[in-house]
Structure formats: C-alpha cells, structure tokens
Design a protein around this ligand. Structure first.
Ligand SMILES: *[C@@H]1O[C@H](CO)[C@@H](O)[C@H](O)[C@H]1NC(C)=O
Ligand SMILES: *[C@@H]1O[C@H](CO)[C@@H](O)[C@H](O)[C@H]1NC(C)=O
Ligand SMILES: *[C@@H]1O[C@H](CO)[C@@H](O)[C@H](O)[C@H]1NC(C)=O
Length: 362
C-alpha cells in the first residue's frame, strides 16, 4: 500500500529538485519522503529537515492536512515564514548575533533587524540534509537525516554533527528525536521544530477558536525586539499568557503585542517539570482534532502566525494573520547571553538531545 505513493513522490522529486539546486550532486540529494501508517501520513523533505504535510482524519472520518506549507520545494527555498523546518544551530533570536564563549567573541549572521534568528541566513532550515535511513511504511516508518555543520558556518564555532529522526510509532504518534555532538570546539546549540498547525485543515480559516492548554506557569517577558533582555522569569498568573487551563487562543490575543505593535503571541514559556513530559494540548472543536505535545526541553515558544499576511500557501490557499500556530519546544532564547538561564552551551564530550512527541487524536 505505502509503496506506490512513496515511489511517485520520489519520482516527481527529481524534477522539482532541479529547480533549486545548483550542483548535480545537490540535485540528486533533495527529496520528498512519505511516512505512512494507515490513514496517518507525514511528508518530509531533507531540505531543512522540513515537515511538508501531516494528514489524519477528523471526527467525521474526513482526511485533512493540518500543517501550513508550500506546494513545491522551490517555494520552500524562498520561504521566510519557516513553514515546518528544523531550525538551528541556535534557534530563536540572539541579541546582535553576538556572544562570548570561553573568552572569545563570536559574531553570527544578522537576519532579524539588528539580531540573529534561527541560526542565520543559511541556518539548518536552509540546507540539504543527508538521508541516512528511510523506511516509508510497515510497523515503524522513519527517516533519519544528518547534517555536518562546519566550523565558522554562519559565524558559529566548531564542526557539529547533527541528527534528526522523524518516526511514526503507535497509530497516530509522530516522534522527532534530534541530537548534536561538537567535534572540536564548544558551541551554543538550540534546535526547534517550526511547524505551523491548523487542526481545521485547509480552508478552515484562523486558529483563534482552537483551545490551548500549556503546562507552563512562568514565561520570559520580551522587549520590543522580542528578546528576553531583562533576563526575568515571571508567573503567567493574572496575565493573558496564562493557558494553564484550556483557553481559546483568541480569547485575550488583543491584549498581547509583539514587535511593531502587531497583536499576537510570540513568547517563550518556561515549562513546568523536567525530562520528557506533556507540555501542551491543542484542540479544535469544529473538526474534533487534538494534539498533545511532549518534549524534554526546559522551554517552549508560542507563536500565533502574527506576521502571516496574504502569504501564498498550499493548493492555492492564502494564509492570513493567525492562519496557524507554532509550539516550539526549545532551550531559553538567547541563553548564550544570559548566564541566569539554563546553559545551551555544548562542550566536547557532551551530547545535545532534543526529543519531541506529538500525539494526534480526533
Ligand atoms: C525565489 O526568489 C527568487 C528571487 O526573488 C525569484 O526569482 C524566484 O522566482 C523565486 N522562486 C519561487 C519558486 O518563488
Ligand atoms: C544521534 O542519532 C543518531 C540517529 O538516531 C544515532 O545513530 C546516534 O547514535 C545518536 N548519537 C548520540 C550521541 O546519541
Ligand atoms: C498586511 O498587509 C497589508 C497590505 O500590504 C498591510 O496594509 C497591513 O498592515 C499588513 N498587516 C500586518 C499585520 O502586517
């Protein structure tokens, strides 16, 4: 069953890929890979380790794609909204793209005003990963992607080995396991998965009616540049950031301003507890679809698609503001410039591991 779609996807790929790669080698390397278990399927490309689509039923049995994205790989290359990739080497914003490590000053690529975001202009979301292993169907469909980041890439120190494995375990569970090893220099490391969700599927409008529950009783206030410059960690109690009980995303969104006075959440939560644990639940009453997010990271960014604004998406759809939300488990943003935050510095001999689990129901 799973063979045919996989084979077709790979075939069409050869054509699409030629539009974006300049060398013959790279052209051969970019592909679209389908992981399929019954009526649950996930489409991934090794361009940026990106999730292109996730399809599963709603409560009436209708299949729908619940992630925002693009139709062609060529459009992913130009994408500036980060639809579905793994971002790094240091995800989220880093003040002035500057940090000091072991007495040495480093300057990384500036690509968000005067700051760096998601690892720079050509972070891990904008490179071709090597497919190490791929099994599309059967009991445990999975794909393992590998990237060797080089010393000085986007300004970061040292060679770094990076792995990301996407796998389908029980019928409706997607597991994402990443790890990184520094080969010759200590370096900051912080990856996140930047999928935008809309559980209503295509054409269902915005996500303001989805309810969200976040297992997070504290957050890091952000300044006008969306940096946690004060270094403070404060309670969510009594603020519009409090999602400890299930609350519609839109209920208090007009009370929250990000940068440029645009309303919406773009904020880092400190997740309660530690280790692999449930961090969030999102539910769409209309479709009956729900997601449970698990992760082993200390923090999590909530972004409500505040800057989507007539953005061209899949199948002729146009994404408007709040057309999707992202829940990005992560280390604290800009940790490398905040000794009061848990460290994100990876030293020689250590292994960075970021594990995520997403459980789908309907
Ligand atoms: C990507 O951007 C370049 C430069 O702006 C443009 O020429 C090209 O047509 C774009 N490709 C797609 C598929 O949108
Ligand atoms: C990183 O992940 C890859 C792929 O799953 C695995 O083979 C490797 O052993 C992992 N490395 C470490 C140090 O855990
Ligand atoms: C969306 O785009 C329109 C037209 O370019 C612009 O007037 C408006 O301010 C934009 N809205 C946001 C939230 O960026």
């Amino acid at each position: 069953m799973a063979r045919t779609p996989v084979f077709l996807a790979l075939l069409s790929l050869v054509v699409v890929a030629s539009a974006l790669a300049t060398t013959a080698d790279a052209r051969k390397m970019v592909g679209v890979y389908v992981l399929k278990k019954g009526d649950f399927s996930v489409k991934i490309t090794n361009w940026g380790a990106t999730i292109m689509s996730i399809v599963f039923p709603d409560s009436k049995g209708n299949l729908g794609d619940v992630v925002l994205g693009k139709d062609t790989l060529a459009e992913y290359v130009n994408d500036t909204s980060y639809f579905g990739p793994l971002t790094g080497r240091v995800a989220q914003r880093m003040a002035r793209g500057r940090f000091v490590l072991d007495g040495k000053v480093y300057h990384t690529y500036i690509n968000d005003g005067r700051n760096a975001i998601h690892g720079g202009h050509r972070g891990f979301s904008k490179v071709i990963w090597t497919v190490k292993e791929y099994v599309g169907g059967g009991d445990s469909p999975h794909i393992t992607l590998y990237y060797r980041s080089f010393d000085g890439e986007q300004g970061f120190p040292g060679d770094l080995d990076v792995y990301a494995t996407y796998s389908l375990s029980s019928p409706y569970v997607l597991s994402i396991r990443t790890n990184a090893t520094a080969l010759n220099k200590a370096t900051p490391v912080n990856f996140l998965q930047h999928t935008y969700w809309n559980l209503g599927g295509k054409g269902s409008g915005n996500i303001l009616g989805h309810t969200l529950q976040l297992f997070a009783s504290r957050y890091t206030p952000m300044d006008d540049e969306l940096l946690p410059s004060s270094g403070r960690v404060v309670p969510v109690a009594g603020t519009p950031y409090d999602f400890r009980t299930p609350t519609p995303i839109g209920a208090r969104i007009r009370q929250v301003t990000g940068s440029n006075k645009v309303f919406g959440y773009d904020i880092n939560y400190v997740v309660d507890g530690e280790g692999m644990r449930k961090v969030a639940v999102a539910r769409d009453g209309a479709s009956g679809r729900a997601l449970e997010f698990w992760a082993n990271q200390p923090a999590m960014q909530l972004y409500t698609g505040n800057y989507l604004n007539g953005t061209k998406g899949k199948g002729g759809e146009v994404y408007q503001q709040y057309g999707g939300f992202a829940l990005e488990t992560q280390g604290y943003p800009d940790a490398v410039n905040h000794p009061e935050f848990p460290s994100q510095t990876l030293r020689l001999g250590q292994v960075y591991k970021h594990d995520m689990l997403i459980k789908f129901s309907f």
